[in-house]
Every structure is written in structure tokens, then in C-alpha cells.
Design a protein around this ligand. Sequence first.
Ligand SMILES: [Zn+2]
Length: 335
Amino acid sequence: MSALRRMSSFLVASALVLTCGSPQAAQFELVILDDPGEGLNDPESRSPVGGNSGTTLGEQRQIVLEAAAARWAQVLDLSVDLQIGASFRELDCEPTSAVLGSAGPGVLVLNFPGAPEADTLYTAAQANTITGQNTLSSEQNHIFTQYNLRLDEGDSDCLGGNSWYYGLDGNPPSGQVPLFPVVLHELAHGLGFLTLVNLETGALPNNFNDAYTLFLRDTDLDKDWTEMSDAERAQSATNNPNVVWTGSAVDEQSGMLTNPGAFNNGLIRMHAPDKLSPGSSISHWTSDANPPLLMEPSLQQGVFNQLDLTPALFEDIGWPMSNGPIFQDRFEQSR
Ligand SMILES: [Zn+2]
């Protein structure tokens, strides 16, 4: 799963807004970017599956996206409605691996009233939640996200013929990939779980730090990413196992991980493989975590509705958090 940073070139034709969650509270709104009859609008008849009551393929897809967004709405203290522009598209798919989805923030904001740090880029989702004002135009969305249509095309050259599982119960049959955790993962990227640094050159976006990058450190170079030159950041991006997250909320929660290899100097490692993987490097936890985490670079067996360390990371970067079920939910395992 990769994080596409800017997807502002998306067409917003024939957008249909659906609401998710209770009517009074601020919530996520699903903005369907697929054409009529396609993707999230696919009219193919389907039997309800695993707690998903949808009776068409498109409806089942919408219900999964809405359910995942509603899960984030429980954890984050939303003050305004936030728009998620979503579609199903043909993404990369090979016999043994596939891009399941991608997402990123539609708009970035800095120096808004109440910004946790000055001269620092935040996702519009976070910034608007802090200010209580939706600053986007009707053509803009807070998050853009896409899911791979090819998994439902019956192509044995795509992930061995695996298809999407649209159930909400965490019990995907063999040969099916659960969409729900993939949406949870992708929405987290769109909410701010990503670096905006150009990892090939190390350059900061428009010479500003972003909220996520403030908490990256290289224990080998002995520097925070904010203290580095561009060349040092580019070097650090492939400097496994030395890139770590320094935020205190994650640090407090990271005792849930049982393997020493997930840590360096006592802090949880980030994904920094020797060969740079744009959209994947740095914007995920290490793939060595045990138990597996939602925000690893690839979907792990058994990960379904758990949020594990992700809310703590949001807390570190200054997201307003709900006082609700966040702590009791962090250690759930689906099976
Ligand atoms: Zn990802």
C-alpha cells in the first residue's frame, strides 16, 4: 500500500456525497469519484456478506469505505465534516503482489490559527478540525483515495486471482483480501500519516517541514530530520534500521510490541529499506513489528479493525483526539 502525496489532478465530475455516522456529529463524507455504473457505483448484484448488507458490488464497496471512515471518526475529535474523494481504479497488480490502495491529503495548510507548530505543513483535514472551519472549495476534498479494481476482475495474473472481501466481520475466506483494513490504512495516510519530503533528493516540501517529519530521527546520523541537510535526509531515507519515531505518545504505547527488532535506541523504527520505495519508505512503521501493525508497508495477516499505534501517532502530530473508545480499542486482534 503506498501513499500518493498529491492527487490534485483528479476529476471531480459526477460527485455524489454520502454521509457516514450519526446525523448531528461532524463526520466524514464519502465523495464518489467513479462514473455511473463503475467502481463504487457498480450495479452488479451481490449477496450480503459478513455483516455488509449491500446488495450490489458498488453498494458493498461504499459500505466498507463508510465503515472505515466511521471508525476514524470515533477516534478523532472532528469539528467539521471532512470530504473523502474515493474511487476504484486499475492499479498495479502482479502475480504475487499488488497495490491494494493509495491515498493522500488533497490540500496542505500552514500557519492556521491554533496550528501546533509554526511554518509547518498540516493536512487540511487536521487543520480544519483544529480551526473548526472547512476551508476547502466544493471542488476540493480533504483526502483522495483509490482502491484496486483489478482484484475483482478474475485475473489469475493479479495476486493469484485473489479478490476483495467486503465483509465487516474480519473473517475473509482463503483467497480474498479484506478491503476494510486497507481503507483504514489508506485513510490514515490521508489524515497525515506520511512524510511530504522528496525522499530521492531529501528536499522539504516548499522548504517547509511537515507535521510528520518533525518526529523522524536517524540514530546513526544522530540527527532529527529537521536538522538535516537535503543530502542527509536522502541518505537517511534508506538507512534501515536507524530511522525512528520520536513522538512521546507512540513511545508510551509502543510496549505493545514484543520484539526488540522493532526498536532502535528504544524508539520504534520506521520503514527505511536499502532500496528506496517511493510512497512506501518512511511513511510506514518497520515491517519487523510483532504483533503486526496497521501501518506497515504491506497488509499483514490477521490485521482487520485494529488501529494499534496509529492514534498515538496522530496524537503526537497534534490531531484533536476523542476521549472515547481509543484506548480500549488499540489492542484488538481480529482472529
Ligand atoms: Zn501505506
